[in-house]
Write a protein that binds this ligand. Sequence first.
Ligand code: MV4
Length: 494
Amino acid sequence: MIQKILIANRGEIALRIIRACKEMGIKSVAVYSDVDRDALHTRSADEAYYIGESDSRKSYLNMDKLISVTKQSRCEAIHPGYGFLAENHLFANKIQSAGLIFIGPDAKALKLVADKIAARNTVRDTGAPIIPGMMGKAEQKNEFNREAEKIGFPVIVKASMGGGGKGMRIVWNAEELTQAIELGSREALSAFGDDTVYIEKYIEEPRHIEFQVLADNYGNVIHLFERECSIQRRYQKIIEESPSCALNDELRKRMGETAIKIIKACNYNNAGTVEFLFDKNKNFYFLEVNARIQVEHPVTELITNTDLIKEQIKIASGNKLSYIQDDIQQNGHAIEARIYAEDPNNNFIPSPGKILHLIEPSGPGIRLDSGIYEGYEIPVFYDPLISKLIVWGETRDVAMSRMNRALNEYRIIGVKTILKLLTHIIKDERFIKGTMNTHFLDNFEIDESNENLEKIAAVAALCETLVSKEKHTPQEPSRKTSLWKIIGRESALG
Ligand code: MV4
């Protein structure tokens, strides 16, 4: 087994990996930028090394620096987490060339699944369903017009090296096509350094359902069932759950077997996710392979009783899978809500700043994967995801009530967050019935009429805390409804 791991990441996922290392008796090494000197991951690892300026290009994306610190600290392996360099095949290659272990897929598999056209070809050859569309690069511009007529409108323009929706364009008729190709390929070039685009049939109002897989270095592959990830905005997931309300046992079995077939065809190893689009007629289509541990992995861990980070480390150490497919059972229901420090009333712009006051939910069925603490300053430089609240219940109803209860316990004062939006989402009839699709949050309006009252109460509550701290005397309860209740999610007026 690997004895010492460098974690090339920050925030909640760095902490998640450090915790797995501690439980496995593996030494952990954190890396930090200027602004992350006081971050939790920096404090929690066995050792921490400074790697550069706050701009991630100067620190968390600096491959050579990361590899030199790995050697200097005598680590044998690097865990990339998600984002940053997690799916970069050049990084995986460099690590291997340096005689170190990349805790993730082989560079070759990473390279294959990053190329959407190449992945579509590999998947088609397995007989798995793919979205009707182009299977190669267009040699001439007029090829797009011919293909679009063959596929039928609407079509979608995608960047072959793309991800996260960049370079994507929905095209409803032939007149719009030429410009969409032009704009899409320009956007693809600046975002991915490659202007290759292709077109597919546009699937309207699909659900996004993905399967977690584990593959060892000896060709053994299992799936750990699905996650429903349809509730998102601008390709950023907000709520995920497992099982998905859309699947029955027959579909679930078919999709799981398809995911395994795809992973085998790609010679993919370690943890990964096979994404599917699921249409109104219950057809599913391969979308892409995510070659990393994902943000929403805890949902799978809670319903399958597994630890995916430990499995990643064991696989990278050269162990065979410790499970066969029949060992993996779905038990109960899990829901994850992502807490972003963003302003829901101002187009979700990031809301960096100091956490002035923090109360975290706990109790039965609650898991909180968080990277913050009271007094911590959320930097502007990185992703605004600050914590993940994951709940488990024996049924979906129990999990939903538990999520509601936990969101109501949560208090984050000092920065704007989407906490309140989350409480509205889980009370939405479409969520309760489980009939959501990827357009769930389009035109989603919430009533923030108590917003001012909350602000005033927050200031008053802070004053009260400061005064009581100064006096060193316990605060007498002076009113029936505490200020803390007012600033909570349950309105004191209601
Ligand atoms: C699609 C699609 C509909 N039809 N492809 C968005 C991110 C990128 N990875 C793939 N995406 C989509 N591809 C076809 N042919 C709709 C989306 C899409 C989406 C996919 C998954 C999760 C959320 C989404 C939100 C909007 C659009």
